[in-house]
Design a protein around this ligand. Structure first.
Ligand code: SF4
Length: 376
């Protein structure tokens, strides 16, 4: 399959690994920002194939994982109301709130529906004019354009029984927060290619310069990741800190102008709480004043919610790269994908789910189990 198989070629992977080994002279810590990159790394054992001393730190780029607990609780509060049809992507249904999840709300009689596009929710609103239809709009810059377009279409089509519970988050402010944290160990970044395919790369040179950190935009296949690591390590060894685009088949410096125009019309930047991390200034989007009537938080009174996180879950530390998932005492015992204590064990992009799915159950010092031939 074009653009997949050629980026999983074991021979090319061996070449990149040899190049990395020949380049490295000392330890480096590199963060892959996106949960999709984390899954590729763990699935193919890329971290175990790297030379000793090259550590991959898993970043906070899992949209389901960082959606704040308060927003999850608000979703359940709205979804349980009579007359509401609450629409969401499937993986949000199992994310634990303070005392239940959306599956439980559905079991208790709430009309909670899984959809595959926000436009499905808009269609449901059109077909059910007597009901209030709410779509759960979460995610990074990647999922925001279709959500923005859906709200734009709702207004254009005069559909007034549709609203969106919005909790969008942005990557560059998260990188800023990571680099200014007193616990930061990150020396280089693999930036998320799909985010840059929407937003472009214009925001990254300032970050690279301010924090003297190389940033390499990568894709999600094994060779994409290895090439990103190769370029990052090469910069680190040379004392450089520039932005490189290693995902040119999808990313242009200006991103996608049509998507950016739609985002600028529908959303405005706001401070946003990240689950397990806290509030990051100007790190999210909410519906702009022009579209406030489509904001579910504006339409439904969901103030006064009191949240309580699991005392066992260390997903905040996982999301900040401070621990690996299998260093959490609950990992694989009281917390599994069937009985998740935290969102990082639920999401298809969550680091805890990746470690569990690909049987990375042992302590971080476990010996390498995979060979280069496992790539692909
Ligand atoms: S293993 Fe479970 S309890 Fe531990 S950090 Fe991950 S989601 Fe939280």
């Amino acid at each position: 399959m074009k653009y997949l198989e050629e980026f999983q070629n074991p021979e090319l992977a061996r070449g990149l690994l040899e190049d990395i080994r020949a380049t490295v002279t000392r330890p480096w810590a590199v963060m892959e920002v996106c949960g999709g990159q984390t899954h590729t790394i763990i699935r193919h054992g890329i971290d175990q194939l790297l030379p000793d001393g090259i550590e991959l730190i898993h970043g906070p780029g899992c949209p389901v994982c960082v959606t704040p607990l308060e927003v999850i609780d608000k979703a359940m509060e709205i979804a349980g109301r009579p007359g509401v049809i609450f629409c969401s992507f499937g993986d949000m249904l199992r994310v634990p709130g303070t005392d239940r999840d959306l599956f439980r709300v559905r079991g208790e009689g709430g009309d909670v529906r899984v959809v595959y596009s926000p436009l499905d929710a808009l269609r449901i609103a059109r077909e059910n004019p007597q009901r209030e239809v709410v779509f759960f709009g979460i995610g990074f810059e990647t999922t925001a354009p279709p959500n923005a377009m859906t709200v734009h279409q709702a207004r254009k089509q005069g559909i007034t029984n549709f609203s969106m519970l919005v909790s969008h988050v942005l990557v560059p402010p998260a990188i800023e927060a990571i680099m200014t944290s007193p616990d930061c160990r990150v020396q280089g970044f693999l930036a998320a290619g799909h985010v840059c395919s929407v937003m472009g790369t214009e925001e990254y040179p300032q970050l690279a310069e301010r924090h003297r950190v190389p940033i390499v935009v990568t894709g999600f296949e094994p060779l994409d990741i290895l090439e990103g690591i190769r370029r990052t390590v090469r910069q680190l060894e040379r004392g450089e800190h520039t932005v490189e685009n290693a995902y040119q088949r999808a990313v242009r410096p200006e991103g996608n102008p049509a998507a950016r125009a739609m985002l600028a019309d529908v959303f405005e930047v706001t401070d946003r709480a990240w689950r397990g991390i806290g509030v990051i200034p100007r790190s999210g989007w909410r519906l702009s004043e022009r579209y406030r009537e489509y904001d579910a938080e504006h339409r439904f009174d969901v103030t006064g919610i009191t949240t309580r996180e699991s005392g066992l879950c260390r997903s905040g530390e996982v999301l900040q790269g401070l621990i690996k998932p299998n260093q959490c005492e609950a990992f694989g015992t009281t917390c599994t994908p069937r009985n998740p204590l935290g969102a990082t064990m639920v999401s298809s992009e969550g680091a805890c789910a990746a470690y569990y799915l690909y049987r990375r159950l042992a302590a971080p010092s476990a010996p390498s189990a995979l060979e280069v031939s496992s790539v692909g």
